[in-house]
Design a protein around this ligand. Structure first.
Ligand code: BES
Ligand code: ZN
Length: 480
């Protein structure tokens, strides 16, 4: 029997302004995990979330995760875990939800039109602010679902287990071991029947999707040093071997203009494309214009949608991110940097094993550097790595979510994979032994990680209905 969701939906609508206020409070906390100086704000955001859920009667705990690897003076932000209702309701399914309360860095001077840590809602209902779509809106979605059930007087359909972390944007440091430990018999996540993660986006702006795959991410640094200190290029240019010259040549040898990775052997690790998989791409609601709209330009690598989707979902990519120690201010400073660290990452796909990728990367970088016959010193190392994940969408968890999408958005969702990474997805799947679903709230134009990140009011409010409806359908779905 289809659940009656009317009074829950009406309550979401009538509390919409309060839910936006809650998002405003959350966005105001600059919980940037990559910035040591902001660590107290990350903790503050975790505590804000915990307090909001406690007020609603959930049983919450902030679990310490220890020191940050490589930065022993720095405590990791806690895993905020919880259960709602506080006491387990026997005979109901238990759904474990995950999200992250940390955000990417943001400065107004990066090019934002508004203050990044002040939620700013325009007349079209676009709610701008760092973390609005990634991932504070979706995380608060779960809080709003609980509150709406209470206000509507509707029985909560499942036991909800929650796991919210504060280091996702930095590779989920410390969380893997914690999840594995808490999925053991007698521990907090022991009785999860399925997992739901709301931390990705629709492919376009009109059609919702359910996501069953993510790429992995292996993040590397190349450090090149030589002189004892920064030098004057007038005095030493032409007499000293320059680290930056070596670094840009090594970095420039990693990938070409069309995204082709130059590391020998890397593509041999990639699972071949089957006919069955190939046939999936043309049916996905995605156009080249969706890509151009999100890019803000027409500088895509491929002209066809199928190749574009495959380039994003099922082939590896290598991106160059930045150079630490290089001169990057405006103006013209005649410096020779003494030590520079180049950063790049590889998005990995089935069947690439991270340690095999590492050894191909290390030997290629060393070979390229050796070819330069430089007297400078090279050090190449891995910063973090998270594995790719591909699951089966033929499961009651996905069937229930598809019904919820149809109920709320009046359209069947596409089944998609994604190019981004959520490192703990595979860990949840392996540690619980249960199905994991990605159920996005925001859309392709939300600009996560970029300037002017936003979440549309409609996606937030209908997204709250979607998360709630999903819990009702999941409670009723027969075992598949
Ligand atoms: N929400 C994203 C993950 C994502 C991005 C899913 C795009 C689907 C499409 C998440 O917050 C994120 O950005 N993760 C990092 C992880 C990395 C640091 C290991 C990422 O993908 O860069
Ligand atoms: Zn995210």
């Amino acid at each position: 029997m289809a659940p009656n969701l009317d009074s829950f939906f009406q309550t979401v609508d009538s509390n919409a302004d309060a839910f936006i206020e809650r998002l405003r409070q959350a966005v105001a906390i600059p919980s940037i995990s990559a910035d040591e100086a902001r660590r107290q704000d990350v903790v503050k955001m975790g505590m804000f979330l915990k307090a909001q859920l406690e007020t609603l009667g959930a049983k919450m705990e902030a679990r310490p995760l220890g020191k940050q690897p490589g930065k022993e003076h720095l405590e990791l932000p806690p895993a905020v875990i919880g259960r709602y209702p506080a006491k387990k309701q026997e005979g109901k399914r238990t759904i474990l939800v995950y999200g992250h309360y940390d955000v990417q860095p943001a400065e107004k001077s990066d090019g934002w039109n508004t203050e990044p840590f002040e939620l700013s809602v325009d007349d079209k209902g676009r709610m701008y602010g760092r973390g609005s779509t990634d991932d504070k809106g979706p995380v608060l979605g779960w809080v709003n679902v609980i509150e709406s059930h209470q206000k509507a007087g509707v029985d909560f359909p499942v036991n909800l287990l929650m796991c919210f972390e504060g280091m996702e944007e930095y590779g989920s440091e410390g969380l893997d071991d914690f999840i594995v430990a808490e999925c053991k018999p007698g521990k907090f996540f022991e009785d999860a029947d399925a997992v739901c993660i709301s931390d990705n986006y629709w492919l376009g702006t009109e059609k919702p999707c359910l996501t069953y795959g993510l790429r992995g991410c292996s993040y590397y640094s190349i450090e090149i040093s030589g002189p004892g200190q920064d030098l004057h290029s007038g005095v030493f240019g032409g007499t000293a071997q320059e680290p930056m010259t070596d670094l840009t040549r090594v970095m420039g040898s990693l990938v070409d203009t069309n995204g082709k990775i130059q590391i020998p052997g890397l593509y041999e690790l990639v699972a071949p494309l089957t006919k069955e998989e190939q046939s999936l791409y043309s049916n996905i609601a995605f156009t080249m214009d969706n890509l151009y709209e999100s890019l803000g330009s027409k500088t895509g690598i491929f002209d066809k949608k199928e190749e574009t989707l495959m380039g994003r979902w099922r082939y590896p990519s290598l991106s160059l991110h930045g150079i630490e120690g290089a001169f990057s201010q405006p103006g013209a400073k005649t410096v020779i940097p003494a030590k520079v660290t180049g950063k790049f990452s590889i998005r990995t796909v089935p069947d690439m094993e991270p340690h095999e990728v590492d050894s191909l990367v290390f030997s290629y970088v060393k070979d390229q550097f050796a070819k330069l016959s430089s007297k400078n010193k090279l050090n190449v190392f891995l910063q973090h790595s998270g594995k790719w994940w591909v699951a089966s969408p033929n499961h009651w968890n996905f069937t229930a979510a598809a019904k919820a999408v149809e109920k709320v958005w009046k359209i069947k969702p596409d089944l998609t994979r994604e190019g981004g990474s959520i490192p703990v997805t595979l860990t949840f799947e392996q540690a619980t032994g249960k199905n994991v679903l990605l159920l996005p709230m925001g859309s392709s134009t939300d600009a996560a990680h970029s300037i002017n990140e936003k979440l549309d009011r409609k996606n937030y409010i209908e997204g709250i209905k979607l998360l709630g409806a999903y819990l009702h359908y999941v409670a009723e779905e027969p075992t598949s």
